[in-house]
Design a protein around this ligand. Structure first.
Ligand SMILES: [Zn+2]
Length: 339
C-alpha cells in the first residue's frame, strides 16, 4: 500500500489550477496546495476534466507508489499505464537493481517473477553471474519524463549487458556506475566484451514463452545469428523474437506478451519473419544505411544556372504535444488516482 509520503502529490502540477475549498473531484485524493492539505470529498467533473488535459508523463512521474488494484497492464506498451504493479526486490541471489533514484523498478507480477527466474537460471546454467536490472516501469506505469517511449504497462524491462559484480553495490554505485558498451560501431560487436555467456543469457530470455520481443543493437543480433549457425544449434526459432533496434548496445530490452486474461492489454502480436529467424532480410536492412538516416536525403539545390538560390531554411521541427491523460486508456485515470 502506498504510504502517506507516497500518495499522489498533485499539488506541484495542479497548484494554481485548483483553488482551496474547491472540491478536487478526485475521490480519496489529498492535494497539497500552498502547504495546505485539502481532502477531496466530492468528485467534481471540472477538475477531472482539467486533469485529463495535463501531460500524462508529469502526472505519472509524480506518483511514488503503485495503484492498489488488481494487476492489469492497461493499453499498449507505448501508450498506457499499469494497475497493481509490484516492486522488483532491489537485491536477490542473482540480481541487483540499478539507478534506484529513478523509481522505475516496478512491473506487473508476471514481469517480476520472470526476471527473478531468468536471473537464477542464467546464473545456474549459463555462466552469467547475475542480472543488473535497469528500468522497468514507474509505480503506475504511464509515460515517463525522460527516456523511454515504451515501458508504460509494466511488461518491459531493460537488462544491462554488464555482468553483475560479485558484491552488493552501494546505492551510490548503482547511480554512478556506467554500463559497458558492447559494440565498436553500428556494424561491429566488441568481441572482447560480448561473450557467449551474453548470447546464452539472451537466448534463455527469448526462449521463454512469456517473452514476445527482445530488442538488441544490430551487431548483437548478428552475433546471435552467426553463433547459432556456427555451433549448429537446431532450434533457432527464438531468434525471430530478437529484434535489432537502435540504442541497445549497453542493455537489452525484454518485452513480455500480454498475460492471459489481461483484457485491457493491447497485444502487439508475435514478430513474423519469412526466414524464421530474421537473420536474413531484416538484419540486412539494419546493416544498410536506411535505418540510420542515410540513402534517401538529397542535397538542397544551391544554384540555378549559376545564380545562387536562396538557402532553404531548415524547417523547425514542431515540438510534439505531450500526451495528455485523456489520450491514455480511460482506466488510466482510475489507476492514477487509486489509493
Ligand atoms: Zn527499454
Amino acid at each position: 500500500m502506498p504510504s502517506g509520503r507516497n500518495r499522489f502529490r498533485a499539488g506541484i502540477i495542479v497548484a494554481g489550477m485548483i483553488t482551496a475549498g474547491m472540491s478536487t473531484g478526485l475521490p480519496g485524493l489529498s492535494m497539497v496546495m500552498a502547504g495546505q492539505k485539502v481532502a477531496a470529498v466530492n468528485p467534481s467533473a471540472t477538475v477531472a476534466r482539467r486533469l485529463e488535459r495535463l501531460p500524462a508523463k508529469k502526472l505519472f512521474a509524480e506518483v511514488k507508489g503503485p495503484a492498489p488494484l488488481p494487476p492489469q497492464p492497461v493499453g499498449f506498451y507505448s501508450r498506457g499505464c499499469a494497475a497493481g504493479n509490484v516492486a522488483m526486490p532491489l537485491n536477490g541471489s542473482a540480481w541487483q537493481v540499478m539507478r534506484l533514484s529513478r523509481n522505475r523498478y516496478w512491473g506487473q507480477p508476471v514481469l517480476i517473477e520472470f526476471l527473478k527466474k531468468l536471473a537464477i537460471e542464467a546464473k545456474a546454467l549459463d555462466g552469467w553471474n547475475g542480472l543488473l536490472i535497469g528500468d522497468l516501469s514507474q509505480p503506475r506505469g504511464g509515460p515517463m519524463l525522460t527516456g523511454h517511449a515504451s515501458h508504460q504497462i509494466g511488461l518491459d524491462a531493460d537488462i544491462w549487458l554488464t555482468p553483475m559484480p560479485d558484491r552488493i553495490l552501494s546505492r551510490r554505485e548503482r547511480e554512478t556506475m556506467s554500463a559497458t558498451l558492447m559494440t565498436l560501431d553500428r556494424r561491429r560487436i566488441n568481441p572482447a566484451r560480448f561473450t557467449e555467456a551474453h548470447a546464452r543469457l539472451i537466448r534463455r530470455a527469448a526462449k521463454s514463452p512469456l517473452v514476445q520481443r527482445i530488442f538488441v543493437h544490430p551487431p548483437i543480433k548478428k552475433y546471435l545469428c552467426d553463433w547459432t549457425r556456427r555451433t549448429g544449434q537446431r532450434d533457432r526459432a527464438w531468434l525471430a523474437k530478437v529484434r535489432p533496434y537502435y540504442g541497445h548496445n549497453y542493455h537489452f530490452h525484454v518485452r513480455l506478451r500480454c498475460p492471459p486474461g489481461a483484457h485491457s492489454c493491447r497485444d502487439q502480436g508475435d514478430p513474423k519473419e519469412p526466414d524464421g529467424t530474421g537473420c536474413g532480410k531484416n538484419l540486412a536492412y539494419w546493416y544498410s544505411d536506411r535505418p540510420w538516416g542515410g540513402g534517401r536525403r538529397t542535397k538542397p539545390k544551391l544554384f540555378h544556372n549559376g545564380i545562387p538560390l536562396p538557402r532553404p531554411r531548415p524547417k523547425k521541427p514542431k515540438p510534439r504535444k505531450p500526451v495528455t491523460l485523456a489520450k491514455l486508456p480511460a482506466y488510466c485515470h482510475t489507476v492514477l488516482l487509486a489509493r
